[in-house]
Design a binder for this molecule. Structure first.
Ligand code: ADP
Ligand code: FRU
Length: 321
């Protein structure tokens, strides 16, 4: 199992923050038609930003590190991080840049989320930006799989930092391999915990979770944890030579918003692992929280549903026995 690292509780999420302009429609539109949506909203998005939201909702000390444009959307994004208790002190504000944006179509009929992303000139986080950050407060650093060459260097900096610490104090590293891009593979051998999405798995030619775990385990470092969420089928995970563990999905009565389901699963699983839960309990916790997420619109209603993350973890452990 992943070691419980230390008494430090801070979890840093490194990656994208963008603006999601989300339109809820009754049916996905036909090309070249004109329809009115049921609802439209602005939402802070980006995988790492979403991870930190969920960690904040669970009561973790979450921090976000990434670039944000110095445009008029900046206030909205930073205020929204604050609403979820996410620390943004280390965010790199980029002058003269435009906000990275996604147009998202949520279909009520099919529960699909279709994303059209745009980034005009917002730079990725540099290794220098990362090197400025004091890593001492962090128990866990999660990297979104993007900006590969720089992120590989950042992970190496964390490993260097770990060399100066007693073993029980190491910072755990994780990475999310989500998009169907071959260059992401280079990050797999570098971390303690790898999250591999169904999209990446299918792109690699794997047809189910078990095949994906076998294939990715062979690329990961020995003893690494590999986790694979698979939509309505739930999730599976393995570590080293131990047997694969599985969790079903926990579908809500109505699936209304699947935007960020994977981000929710990954964050909740990290939360559980960081609190010392077993791998099996952790992915079941991830599926349970992701199931709750897809049953509500946006993030805010989760606040009432979740309550204290540590109490939820205790409940999860007692359900398992
Ligand atoms: P992504 O958002 O990256 O496409 P997935 O579709 O693999 O991610 O979903 C991640 C997790 O979210 C799944 O493991 C599952 O637990 C949960 N989930 C996703 N869709 C549903 C659904 N329709 N019903 C219940 N749980 C879901
Ligand atoms: C959801 C998400 C959105 C964002 C998009 C970027 O996982 O992070 O919030 O617009 O993916 O790829």
């Amino acid at each position: 199992m992943v070691r419980i690292m230390s008494a430090r509780e801070n979890i840093l999420c490194v990656g994208l923050c963008c603006l999601d302009i989300v339109s809820l429609v009754s049916h996905f539109p036909k090309e070249d038609t004109d329809q009115r949506c049921l609802e439209q909203r602005w939402q802070r998005g980006g995988n790492a930003a979403n991870n930190s939201t969920v960690l904040g909702l669970l009561g973790a000390k979450a921090a976000f590190l990434g670039t944000i444009a110095d445009s008029h959307e900046k206030r909205f994004l930073l205020d929204d991080f604050a609403k979820y208790g996410v620390n943004t002190e280390k965010v790199v504000v980029c002058k003269g840049c435009e906000c990275s944006t996604s147009f998202v179509i949520l279909s009520r009929a099919s529960a699909s989320r279709t994303i059209i992303h745009s980034n005009k000139n917002l730079p990725e986080l540099s290794v220098d930006d990362f090197a400025q950050v004091d890593l001492t407060p962090y128990q866990w650093i999660h990297f979104e799989g993007r900006n590969v060459a720089n992120v590989a260097q950042m992970i190496k900096l964390v490993r260097e930092h770990n060399k100066g610490l007693p073993q029980g104090e190491f910072i755990t590293t994780s990475v999310e391999i989500e998009k169907a891009k071959p260059e992401l593979e280079a990050l797999i051998p570098l971390v303690d915990v790898v999250f591999v999405s169904k999209d990446f798995a299918v792109f690699k030619g794997y047809s189910n979770m078990a095949e994906t775990l076998e294939g990715v385990k062979a690329m990961a470092h020995p003893g690494a944890v590999v986790v694979c969420p698979w939509g309505e089928e739930g999730a599976s995970a393995c570590q080293g030579s131990e047997v694969m563990v599985c969790s079903p999905a926990f579908p809500p009565a109505n699936v209304v918003d699947t935007l960020g389901a994977g981000d929710t699963f990954n964050a909740a699983t990290i939360f559980a692992l960081a609190h010392g839960s077993s791998l099996e309990d952790s992915i079941r916790f991830g599926c349970r929280i992701a199931g709750a997420k897809v049953g509500v619109i946006g993030w805010e209603p989760l606040r009432g549903l979740l309550g204290s993350g540590t109490l939820l973890l205790k409940k999860e452990a007692s359900l398992a026995t």
